[in-house]
Design a protein around this ligand. Structure first.
Ligand code: SF4
Length: 401
């Protein structure tokens, strides 16, 4: 590492803000372990007193339709409107999935679906209201700027009006998917029909100003340059300086199957870990960095907890989007807890807003419900939903301590 990069790393570890140029230099040249150690120092300082804890959430990702007019090249989930592969879930089915989520201790639902040409604001209003009427305790952490842009266009209203109406109907926060890559070249290359990165951020800023907070994702590995990755971070940090509305940053890796990009490029595990660490060092204004075991695997998920991440995401009771593109990793509640313990941390179930709901200080208190399992690609399963697939076998890990 050059002397200048070493000095930047020291400053970042001490909590000083670093520039995008400095972040790029570190991302390119700092030794992996030094980068991770600096990020872990920042994490420990930020969470002093609870630095021994790593969090997870129990949620369900409900996919309401795969019909989409946007045809992103990295996506294996969507079907064009006239395709014979299209499906839509009715409200009864969605409510059944919500009921199962509540029964299994889930606290959050995340709706993900395509940009259906007929789904305007009214569709989401109806769905969110019905869910909140039936299950008021479920947090609706769903959608994002892309869906807002699309539903506002379908309904002929402004994004502001769309956000206000779905918030009034029950939306609690935006999940912030759809960020993909924000810089123009990288975004156009993989999602030419999606709104621009600037527009995505503009709509998120509107949402934050209307009291709807969000998380923010980044898709790695579709052929973007290192400079574009760091530019993505800079664009998010600039908005965050104004709004403070991004609760967490969640990078994840492109999955190569069944999509137009055909896996010609992919991010490696080391690139991913470097991004987790750089994100922790760069985002002095974003509270949480989430490790993504779903796309990178459990072992890399564990490592991310030593590279700046304070959260390991979710036991996802259902997921169909990245699993359609080849993500094979599954987990269950017991395994998630073991993964965190084996990383040398104490697991804590969290809420959508990152409050600790249940801190599992003593392994003897660990929950034992083996039904709380990640079911991937449940649309392929007859009947779908919980109970359609047998609980996964536990990974053999040795708890620490
Ligand atoms: S990523 Fe979303 S918007 Fe893009 S094609 Fe897939 S479902 Fe449609």
């Amino acid at each position: 590492m050059s002397r200048s990069a070493s000095a930047v790393l020291d400053r970042a570890a001490a909590g000083e803000r670093i520039s995008a140029e400095e972040a790029l230099e570190l991302y390119r040249s700092a030794p992996l372990h030094a980068l991770g150690a600096a990020a872990d120092t920042v994490r420990r300082r930020r969470y002093a007193g609870v630095e021994h804890i790593a969090t997870y959430i129990i949620e369900r990702n409900i996919n309401y339709t795969n019909v989409c007019v946007t045809a992103c090249k990295f996506c294996a989930f969507y079907a064009p409107p006239k395709s014979d592969r299209t499906w839509e879930r009715d409200l009864t089915d969605i409510l059944r999935r919500c009921a199962e989520t509540v029964e299994l201790g889930g606290t959050q639902i995340m709706f993900q679906g395509g940009h259906h040409p007929e789904y305007g604001v009214e569709y989401y209003e109806g769905m969110f209201k019905a869910i909140k009427d039936a299950y008021p305790s479920l947090v609706i952490h769903s959608l994002g700027a892309s869906e807002v842009q699309h539903m506002a266009k379908v309904s002929g209203v402004s994004p502001e009006e769309a956000i206000q109406r779905i918030k009034a109907a029950g939306l609690d926060s935006f999940a912030g998917a759809g960020a993909e890559l924000l810089p123009a070249r990288a975004r156009t290359a993989i999602a030419p029909l999606k709104e621009s990165g600037e527009r995505w951020l503009e709509i998120m800023e509107i949402a934050h100003n209307l009291g709807v907070e969000s998380t923010c994702t980044m898709l790695m590995g579709t052929g973007e340059t290192n400079a574009e990755r760091i530019e993505h971070l800079r664009m998010v940090r600039d908005v965050q300086d104004r709004t403070g509305g991004f609760r967490a940053f969640i990078p994840y890796t492109y999955q190569p199957e069944n999509n137009k990009l055909q896996g010609q490029t992919q991010a490696t595990s080391l690139e991913y870990l470097r991004m987790i660490a750089i994100a922790r060092l760069f985002f002095d204004n974003v509270a949480h960095i989430q490790g993504s075991w779903l796309t990178t695997g459990k072992e890399i998920g564990q490592l991310s907890l030593h590279y700046g991440a304070d959260d390991l995401g979710s036991v996802m009771l259902e997921e169909n989007v990245v699993s359609s593109a080849g993500a094979k990793h599954r987990s269950n509640l017991l395994e998630m807890i073991h993964l965190i313990r084996a990383s040398g941390r104490v697991p804590a179930q969290r809420s959508t807003t990152y409050e600790h709901l249940r801190v599992l200080e003593d392994p003897a208190d660990d929950p034992v419900d083996e039904r709380v399992v990640s079911h991937l690609s449940s649309t392929a399963v007859e009947g779908g939903g919980i109970g359609a697939i047998a609980p996964q076998r536990l990974l053999k890990v040795t708890p620490v301590g």
